[in-house]
Write a protein of this length. Sequence first.
Length: 472
Amino acid sequence: MSRTTAPAPADRKDGATATADGLGHGLKQRHLSMIALGGVIGAGLFVGSGAGIAAAGPSIVIAYAISGILVMLVMRMLGEMSAANPASGSFSVHAERALGPWAGFTAGWAFWFLLCVAVGLEGIGAAKIMTGWFPDSPEWAWVALFMLVFCVTNLAAVKNFGEFEFWFAALKVGAIVLFLGIGVLAIVGVLPGTDSPGTTNLTGDGGFFPHGSEGLIVGLLASVFAYGGLETVTIAAAESEHPVQGVAKAVRTAMWRIALFYIGSMAVIVTLVPWGDEAVVEKGPYVATLDHLGIPAAGQIMNVVVLVALLSAMNANIYGASRMAGSLVSRGQGPKALGRTFGGVPRPAVLVSSVFGFACVLLSYWRPDDIFVWLLNTIGAIILVVWFFIAASQLVLRRRTEREAPEKLVVRMWAFPVLTWVALAGMAAIFVLMAREEGTRVQLYWTGGLTLLLAAVGFARQKLRGPVAQES
């Protein structure tokens, strides 16, 4: 059944209901809560944060706090719009309703592209861990296996995706809570075999800002992109049993989790381990911390956790990409074949998203120095583009909803419109900082080029098609 011709919600044979666009309602509140958690805790936190610590030193805590506040504002805005109008296209639908079809087209396909490339990157990362354990096995075989598993998982009912993410996220949450618990015990000096470091690592070796404001800026840029992934929960909410209540609760609880998992982890790490320790980058900050404390088999334990984080991200990104593509097609923004649903699942969109992700893996082997590097640079700042569309859309839709249906404002943006403008100013500042730094300037240019290209195509389609029906 085509998503563009799907009837109103109806009962299905399996007992689940279908949304107006043909998707199922197979996700439960526990699934949404864990999807929100899984989106927060990724490989970027477990491994990638090491580069931020090396650049900023102890001030990485401030960098993560600043970017964390920005993410909280963005998620609050997205939560407000998604609770008022749950849709599988999430911010793409909101951008279309607020700014026009061109905006929904641009934000949606840019995000789809980001997720598909990310699937390939995560597959490569997971394969490297597996070849470390099984050195005679080829990386491509592991990538193919993981891609096949999660493609099949996403081709089945949405509840299967929810169950996978629930248990993946549960393991990640358990690992990070255990890490924080061990870290706090070590800081206060009650962990057996350790002495409290006090503030030695925070104030020694160059002080709290060892590389000054430049180091803080590099750490800030690194931390911003580590937060990507929270948006998936608002996409998944459209397929939950109670979309409005589900997304409202998931977004609210995500706020304190950001502070606990990201900012708390950074504080524990830089308090316990000298920021200049090479192991922080080489092994990852979590492994370096556990090794520093003498925790047995720390490296292998964290490798398992990082592997789970990568597999979880692959699963979630295939899901998010397929739903975004399906939603775009249902609004006339893509090939109709991608929008067909079978058993409440947009299977053609799942297959295309998985194939594109696997193609990115092949490019990493065939053309690692040009095409693959171009892909990496192109997705560098897409998440910031998405956040910009979210904030701009919320400015328009909040006022419209207050006039037309104020009862839909189950979640409200704090101090509207002041904090929305603060968030937009923060994004603009990050774009400026990216343009200043040589390492991120190329990413900004390529992402900007992709965004302008999509916007131009979106404008052209909008002019040719005229007014189109928008997803409610």
